[in-house]
Design a protein around this ligand. Structure first.
Ligand code: AMP
Ligand code: ZN
Length: 461
């Protein structure tokens, strides 16, 4: 039985989809910059959930948004629109910025074997849906107008805070210095912002020219493609207190009932034990890791080693260890791939059952990986190889690319190479004493020379 830890109830629950097809909405990127490895961890998590559902035989209809307008510098209502800031800085239009980073994002997720959700919804393509949504909330009395926008009135929604379980008074006490004294409550949030002239992205609305708030984008697009109640909504843990709390408020206010059955949140990635941030210069991209010689799938393997609800501390030692382990996995699998051996059906069934139980237990991929490693210790067999490929439907580690182990490549310093060449000419001159002396000299320096018919190879001792 598939079970997920639901953030809303704070416990693991049996999964019962509403209909025949599982509906899943995943908060997507704000495309004003490159996705960093922390962001990508969240999409690897989304992918593992989708793959687990499919492995269990469910059909999945997934929607992911591309936020290309309305996400302000803070997740609340302060600061400029991130897209506009990037556009000004790079002297491009926000649309060009969005197109560029969306493209890079899709390349990044493809490199990490993250499957694209069935529907990708760009916020700027759905402005009308958002306006209609805001209008409906306004007509129902959940929204009010100020001089700079339309705000959701959280006092009208009695369950506000149920996801984060934050006491509203605590939230107010912790709130930032209020910049907007027209708001009735500090936690009221913008559904629609009236655009100042200089805001490049703006659309006509019943309240004049403006642009949508970030939270309404997800609610409107989820409703449009998946209906008024969905099975799963996913995102990073940072979304719990503001973004998802606000999504719940506006969508339940509109529908009059619960709109998401299971809330799944991926924990954060840290770097060297601390926060990942641009100002600290520790936000790596996949391209940067590749430039340093790491493969994207080694990074995926690194993510898979830690359960999605645990913080994952990124270090280069950790990534290196993941790369080594991943390569070893491919090497061990190769033995099975080449083998004509077979394995008892009971043994195969036992591993299959263990793996299935692990992934069904709130997507416990670290445990599932452990089962794979144990299985590979079995005598070489084509059945083991076939089952590993079956497991790979969840793991997404391209296990069909199993390969033989490579001899460790070594960098031979010039000095060593020169001595080896001197020794080769001594041998050609049949000067065995000199040849042996040079061999000993190389050995003292930590290198072994192996003679062959055509010359020699050098190995590190
Ligand atoms: P953004 O593009 O800023 O909206 O973020 C995209 C996704 O990355 C969101 O689901 C965030 O929750 C997630 N995210 C941001 N920072 C991290 C991090 N350090 N570790 C894991 N996920 C993150
Ligand atoms: Zn969202």
């Amino acid at each position: 039985m598939l079970r997920f830890y639901n953030t809303l109830s704070r416990r693991k629950e049996d999964f019962h989809p509403v209909g025949k097809v599982v509906t899943m909405y995943s908060c997507g990127p704000t495309v004003y910059n490159y996705a960093h490895i922390g962001n990508l961890r969240t999409y690897v998590f989304m992918d593992l959930v989708r793959r687990t559902l499919k492995y269990d035989g469910y059909k999945v209809k997934g929607v992911m948004n591309i936020t290309d307008v309305g996400h302000l510098l803070s997740d609340g209502d302060e600061g400029e629109d991130k897209m506009e800031v990037a556009a000004k800085k790079l002297k491009k239009s926000p649309y060009e910025i969005a197109a560029f980073y969306t493209d890079v994002f899709f390349k990044d997720i493809a490199a990490l074997n993250i499957g694209k959700p069935e529907i990708i919804a760009k916020a700027t393509d759905h402005i009308d849906d958002m306006i209609k949504y805001v209008q409906a909330l306004y007509e129902k009395g959940y929204a009010y107008e100020t001089s700079d926008g339309i705000y959701f009135d959280i006092s009208k929604f009695k369950d506000y805070g149920k996801l984060s379980r934050l006491n509203l008074d605590d939230q107010i006490a912790g709130a930032r210095v209020e910049v907007n004294d027209e708001k009735r409550h500090p936690a009221d949030f913008a559904l629609w912002k009236k655009a100042p002239k200089e805001h490049i992205m703006q659309w006509p609305s019943p309240w004049g020219m403006g642009y949508p708030g970030w939270h309404i984008e997800c609610s409107a697009m989820s409703r449009k493609y998946l209906g008024s109640i969905i099975d799963i909504h996913s995102g990073g843990v940072d979304h719990i207190p503001v973004h998802h709390e606000n999504e719940i408020a506006q969508s339940e206010a509109l529908e009059g009932h619960k709109t998401v059955n299971t809330w799944l949140h991926g924990e954060f990635m840290l770097v060297d034990g601390g926060k990942m941030s641009k100002s600290l210069g520790n936000t790596y991209t996949i391209a940067q890791l590749e430039e340093m010689g790491y493969t994207p799938l080694a990074f995926r393997y690194f993510c898979l080693n830690t359960h999605y609800r645990k913080k994952l501390n990124f270090t280069f030692e950790g990534l290196k260890a993941a790369e080594t382990a991943y390569n070893r996995l491919l090497n061990q699998l190769y033995e099975h791939k080449l083998s004509a051996g077979v394995t008892d059906k009971e043994v195969i069934d036992k591993y299959r059952a263990e793996f299935g139980a692990a992934v069904d237990d709130d997507v416990n991929i670290p445990l599932a990986l452990g089962i794979l490693w144990t299985m590979l210790k079995e005598p070489a067999s084509k059945d083991i190889y076939a089952l590993a490929l079956e497991f790979d439907k969840v793991l997404g580690l391209s296990l069909d690319k199993a390969k033989p182990a490579e001899k460790e490549k070594i960098e031979v310093p010039d000095e060593i190479r020169q001595i080896a060449e001197q020794r080769l000419s001594a041998r050609k001159d049949k000067n065995w004493a000199e040849s042996d002396r040079l061999r000993d000299k190389l050995a003292e320096m930590g290198y072994a020379i192996i003679d062959s018919k055509y010359g020699y190879t050098i190995e590190k001792k």
